[in-house]
Write a protein that binds this ligand. Structure first.
Ligand code: ADP
Ligand code: MG
Length: 377
């Protein structure tokens, strides 16, 4: 069976980014969306192939491939691309890239088991500072690529870029990257994606960060009903059954437009004749809870946190006197500004909430709230 058929192509979106390169509107783009919203799939299935049509040479780098030593991932991706160009020459680059893209598709396929785990919050790792000879090597590889590709612009695609903000030990690497891209801005373009708004803000808005003002953060757009219709079409082709598009759209919205949850819903229905869309929906909600660490996360929250999350979801001010008094009488404890402040800081650290560009708080973890609503009273 053709697994690619489930992919909903987002060619227009790719074209949009290339047009802004061509028009000189932007040479660096930073895209934010929470986890499992389709960023990686877009980069590999849509952006890379379209890049070759525009005669750019795309190089995909996923920093999460080696969290301790992201410089090694960068070296590996650059080397793979450089080797294939050196062997075959830039003229054959489209063919070479097809191979690279296919390999990437397979690696994401294996990595893409249903999982919404809040890994970076929970897991710990030891950040390794890139040795200076490795930094020099990265510069050398890029210079060599620029030389070998003649007039072809290079598009660096860096996935999970917020990872660079996680440790000061990554600063020399980050600074090195910035310098190379700055120095070669006529030949090097960049699309960066991140799944933590707080992390991205630290990278691009903090004056102490090596990537300060490197690029403006933009939201990676969610998919709409065209996605649901596309999946419905494939579902029909594969199973012969009809997907209730109206219901499916409603559910997709309840999933906060998370394509991973939606694909899981459809997979359940495809595999089990007897399961209808309503039951499949319930199953997915259960899976969301079991599979990832929502339960563990939930247990770390107290009543004040839950009240605050609700308040943030409703877009209401969290420091109003009236609200604090109401919460105090509801919970039977004194609520002070300081108390709220410290809970908010903690929630932010846990990646449950984040501040947007206007300084308002948002709930960052998609699915978590739906899971709370469904499983907790
Ligand atoms: N364009 C798409 N068409 C079909 N399914 C998609 C698409 N984008 C994402 N998905 C589904 O959502 C899952 C998560 O997407 P992914 O790209 O890994 O998210 P992110 O990189 O934002 O964490 C994929 O494994 C796939 O099942
Ligand atoms: Mg990803």
């Amino acid at each position: 069976m053709n697994v690619d058929q489930w992919h909903f192509p987002r060619t227009d979106l790719s074209n949009h980014y290339f047009k802004s390169f061509e028009l000189g509107v932007a040479t660096r783009i930073v895209l934010y969306a929470p986890r499992k919203m389709g960023k990686t799939e877009f980069l590999i299935y849509d952006l890379m192939p379209v890049a070759t049509e525009y005669n750019y040479l795309p190089i995909y780098i996923n920093l999460w491939k080696n969290k301790e030593a992201p410089h090694e991932v960068i070296i590996e991706s650059l080397t793979v691309t450089l080797d294939s160009i050196t062997n075959k020459g830039i003229k054959l680059v489209k063919k070479t890239l097809k191979g690279i893209i296919n390999k990437l598709k397979i690696s994401t396929e294996f990595g893409a088991e249903f999982s919404t785990s809040l890994e970076p919050v929970v897991s710990s790792f030891e950040a390794i500072k890139a040795p200076s000879n490795q930094l020099t090597y990265i510069s050398k590889l890029i210079r060599e690529l620029i030389k070998q590709t003649e007039n072809t612009p290079i598009l660096l695609i860096i996935d999970e870029v917020q990872h660079l903000s996680i440790s000061k030990k990554f600063d020399p690497l980050t600074y090195n990257l910035r310098t190379i891209i700055d120095e070669n801005r006529h030949r090097l373009f960049a699309v960066l994606t991140g799944s933590s708004r707080t992390g991205l803000r630290k990278l691009f808005s903090d004056s102490k960060s090596p990537l300060y003002r490197f690029a403006d953060m933009d939201n990676f757009p969610v998919m709409g009903s065209e996605f649901v219709e596309h999946i419905g079409g494939v579902f029909k082709k594969v199973t012969g059954k009809v997907l209730d598009i109206k219901k499916a759209n409603r559910i997709f919205k309840k999933f906060d437009y998370n394509p991973d949850y939606f694909r899981t819903l459809v997979r359940i229905m495809a595999l089990h004749e007897e399961i209808d869309i309503n039951l499949a929906y319930k199953n997915v909600i259960d899976l969301i809870g079991n599979d990832n660490e929502y339960k563990a996360l939930f247990e770390k929250l107290n009543d004040i946190d839950l009240e605050l999350i609700k308040r943030i979801l409703g877009n209401h001010a969290i420091y109003s006197q009236d609200y604090m008094e109401k919460m105090a009488s509801k919970l039977g404890e004194t609520i002070t500004r300081g108390k709220i402040q410290s809970r908010i800081k903690r929630l932010e650290k846990m990646n449950v909430i984040t501040k947007n560009l206007h300084g308002d708080y948002l709930v960052e973890t998609p699915g978590f709230i739906e899971w709370i609503k469904k499983t907790q009273r």
